[in-house]
Write a protein that binds this ligand. Structure first.
Ligand code: FYN
Ligand code: ADP
Ligand code: MG
Length: 579
């Protein structure tokens, strides 16, 4: 290499000095780290001390989706995590904004969805002495019981490792929520750009395969081979695992009937000949060996015991990445600890050539066909005012010809009847109230479903459920998302005809003539009220064709609906004074 001229030396020295004094700060390091981890979309609500993060994030060409309440932004982030297997990111202000986001973070952790909640916070020296800062709160410690991990970043040089740890923690093992606490001062704290570049990184293999032990596989294979009436039960963990072909192959190679939990619907099409969803009580009561694939024996499965299970203890094979999920409710005969894809393929290998339970599948199919035929009549029966059957029957017909549509569903009767009536054909195309049964997840879920998939979204909400997050229709119209909100408007919680005491309207009733369609028009969307299945069909078809943000206010008979839908048994009623 030839010698350098004085000018060249001077320029080189200047360049080195420039690099040596080039600075970055907490704002930029946080965004560098998130981008390095493949994050493009942040869901949140800006304000002190995080406002600038939103502006700078957008200035980089990334998306910041601003909501009207942090709880809905958090629901969106958690659903983004469920759909993409990358942590959904929610950004909030401190204290009240953090608390609103924490509800969604806790729900994400309960659902096993990967999500990171980032909140600005007060300085430690003020919080720890409780000196009364603006929106002062010990967020780090308050978050800890409600998520997988809660971290605080105190120095700019730690931002890289903190984000990497948050990503790995959110997606590894049983996915869940992570809280990242950022004291306000850190954002503007400067740091050597050169050192900063070296400090940010993406974790290697953050969600590694977890291979089941050979003897565990053999134990499970022997149990299934010895079964007379085996059942495969698919949970949302199986949907999340994104090993759809492996799961379909396990079902078809073994000839075992399957039934899906609500968000696993469509993992294998509801129209598949081995689908026992329409014979749910029969398959749960009469099966002898039950293979749980990413499904917990919690309240949704009657804790694995009692009448739901024919008052007998089943032989459960349980596939789960979380070892201590085993025996959570009842003894598990064949625990299979590992990731679903590895476990399913190990079972496939061991079950190769097994005798298919042909007679049992025939009995299940016959029961399912009979149930479907019986329901089909209700779906077509006209009534003076729409009920849940003929209204959802009309929606079902339209969605049959739009199988790619993402369905979001919440409510009580609106949830339970839609889950039964509307078939799903594709994996991860139904998002609902999840493990907790949360009201208000609808609008945030609809935003994330539209943003993360690019598909049309139909969000079917009860009118009570819609009330929890209804202001987000402005968010939906602001981003011009192809979301059709269908409100099953029966004028109240559960139903709208509860008699009122003399002094006040019934605590279970809403204003009988609430015009949700006009609300949508007020925020720039297309709103329409419908009173018949034919009008509903037309409005839905037009909204799917146009892709414009639409709200269909579907008037349902106020007498339609039962207390708490299909879980009325969970209600507690005073026996005092009862005859
Ligand atoms: C299902 N079924 C069908 C079909 N699909 N019949 C005909 N055709 C089709 N396609 C039958 C099924 O066999 C059951 O009948 C019945 O319909 C209900 O099916 P479902 O919904 O799968 O089963 P079930 O018993 O309701 O499941 C229990 C549950 C579920 C707890 C998993 O109710 C649920 O996920 N609930 C969530 C409630 C919630 O979170 N609510 C939000 C808060 S509400 P049988 O076989 O005859 O039993 C606040 O108040
Ligand atoms: P559902 O409500 O549909 O029955 P649950 O949320 O109860 O489903 O259960 C999901 C289960 O799936 C959780 O116990 C979780 O640990 C497990 N899980 C999630 N992802 C995986 C995976 N990739 N491999 C194995 N288990 C998983
Ligand atoms: Mg209602």
């Amino acid at each position: 290499m030839g010698s350098m001229s004085n000018n060249q030396v001077g320029a080189a020295v200047e360049e080195l000095q420039g690099r040596a004094t080039e600075l970055t700060d907490g704002f930029h390091l946080l965004m560098d780290a998130l981008e390095l981890n493949g994050i493009k979309n942040i869901y949140g609500l800006l304000g002190i001390p995080v406002t600038e993060v939103g502006r700078m994030w957008q200035a980089r060409g990334n998306n910041f989706f601003s909501f009207r309440n942090e709880q809905n932004a958090g629901y969106a982030a958690s659903v983004a995590g469920y759909l993409t297997k990358k942590p959904g990111v929610c950004l909030t202000v401190s204290a009240p904004g953090f608390l609103n986001g924490l509800t969604a973070l806790s729900n994400a952790t309960t659902n096993c969805f990967p999500m990171i909640l980032i909140s600005g916070s007060s300085e430690r020296e003020i919080v720890d002495l409780q000196q009364g800062d603006y929106e002062e709160m010990d967020q780090l410690n308050i978050a800890r019981p409600f998520c997988k991990a809660s971290f605080r970043i105190n120095r700019p040089e730690d931002i890289g490792v903190a984000v990497a740890r948050a990503v790995r923690t959110a997606v590894s093992g049983r996915p869940g929520g992570v809280y990242l606490d950022i004291p306000a001062r850190l954002f503007a704290q400067t740091f050597s750009a050169e050192e900063g570049r070296k400090s940010v990184f993406a974790p290697i293999d953050p969600a590694p395969a977890q291979i089941p032990a050979a003897e565990a596989v053999k134990r499970a294979v022997d149990l299934i081979k010895g079964a007379k009436k085996p059942l495969i039960l698919l949970g949302k963990g199986a949907a999340y695992a994104q090993c759809d072909n492996d799961i379909k192959a396990l079902i078809e190679e073994t000839g075992i009937p399957f039934t899906p939990m609500s968000m696993a619907k469509g993992l294998v099409s509801d129209t598949h000949p081995q689908c026992g969803a329409a014979a749910r009580s029969m398959v749960l009561q009469e099966s002898d060996v039950v293979v749980l694939v990413g499904a917990r024996l919690n309240w949704l499965l009657a804790h694995g015991k009692g009448k739901t299970w024919g008052n007998t203890l089943k032989k459960f094979v349980q596939i789960d990445i979380q070892a201590n999920e085993m025996d959570s409710n009842v003894p598990i005969a064949a625990p299979l600890v590992g990731d679903i894809q590895s476990c399913v393929n190990a079972l496939r290998a061991g079950l190769k050539g097994m005798t298919k339970p042909v007679e049992w599948l025939k009995a299940v199919s016959e029961k399912a066909s009979a149930s479907r035929a019986k329901l089909a009549i209700k779906l077509k029966t006209p009534t003076p005012a729409m009920n849940y059957f003929n209204s959802l029957g009309a929606i079902r017909e339209v969605l049959q010809t739009h199988p790619n549509t993402m369905l979001v569903n919440e409510g009580a009767n609106a949830l339970d009847n839609a889950r039964m009536i509307i078939d799903q054909y594709l994996p991860r195309h139904r998002v609902d109230t999840g493990t907790w049964g949360v009201m208000g997840v609808g609008m945030g879920s609809a935003v994330a479903a539209a943003v993360e998939t690019g598909e049309r979204v139909v969000a079917i909400s009860g009118d009570s459920a819609f009330g929890f997050s209804g202001m987000e229709i402005e968010t939906i119209t602001r981003y011009n998302l192809p979301v059709t909100v269908i409100i099953m408007n029966n004028g109240g919680v559960y139903r709208g005809d509860e008699p009122s005491p003399k002094h006040q309207i019934s605590c279970m009733q809403f204003n009988p003539n609430t015009r949700y369609d006009l609300l949508m028009q007020a925020v720039g969307g297309y709103g329409v009220r419908v009173t018949t299945p034919e009008e509903l069909t037309k409005a839905l078809e037009e909204s799917l064709a146009s892709g414009r943000p639409t709200l269909i206010d579907a008037i349902i008979d106020p007498a339609a609906g039962v207390e708490s839908g299909r879980i009325g048994n969970l209600n507690v009623v005073s026996q005092i004074g009862k005859k």
